[in-house]
Write a protein that binds this ligand. Structure first.
Ligand code: PNS
Length: 162
């Protein structure tokens, strides 16, 4: 049985993340999505538990997917869920440098492999950091996030455009 761990800060979860997960379910028997802290990112919008809830609502149509939110090392989660691979999406060459570094660090800490899935060009410009910025200033983010995430963003930023 192949288990893939799909980690991210998911703050918030968006359509690019959704695409990678929907494609990964065709490759692995079970998917574990893990919302984790990225210590490099201080500008947090949602708590880890809020992120877990939004991801669960957004992935309700998929079988064999479970969601966890934890504040620990990624390789510890991989060992706990018996993941055979860590799956990350790649939007552009600019993602590759930091993703390669993380994959090499994770590989030096544990035997888990990292597998990259290139996102479609339709999603290559979507980034959680930009969505937080657009939402804070009241811009329309509805075409970039699943409906459950849009709902939570509206609750957090009542100024959001329709
Ligand atoms: O969506 P992101 O911010 O690119 O995801 C990065 C994330 C959360 C996967 C990474 O920061 C992470 O693995 N955090 C958990 C702590 C950890 O294991 N750090 C060492 C990474 S080499």
């Amino acid at each position: 049985m192949t288990v893939a761990l799909i980690p991210g800060s998911f703050d918030p979860f968006h359509n690019g993340h959704l695409e990678v997960i929907e494609r990964a379910v065709n490759v692995f028997d079970e998917i574990v999505v893990a919302a984790l802290r990225n210590p490099q990112k201080q500008d947090q919008c949602f708590t880890l538990e809020e992120r877990r809830e939004m991801i669960a609502e957004s992935l309700a149509h998929l079988d064999n997917v479970r969601i966890v939110s934890v504040s620990t090392l990624l390789v510890n989660v991989a060992a706990e869920v018996h993941a055979t691979a860590i799956v990350k999406g790649l939007r552009a060459v600019s993602d590759f440098e930091s993703e390669l570094q993380m994959a090499q660090m994770n590989r030096s800490l544990s035997p888990v492999e990292t597998v990259f899935i290139p996102t479609s060009s339709a999603h290559s410009f979507i980034a959680s950091r930009l969505l937080r910025e657009v939402a804070r200033y009241g811009g329309d983010v509805s075409s970039f996030v699943p409906p459950p995430v849009e709902k939570r963003l509206r609750e957090k930023f009542p100024q959001l455009a329709t």
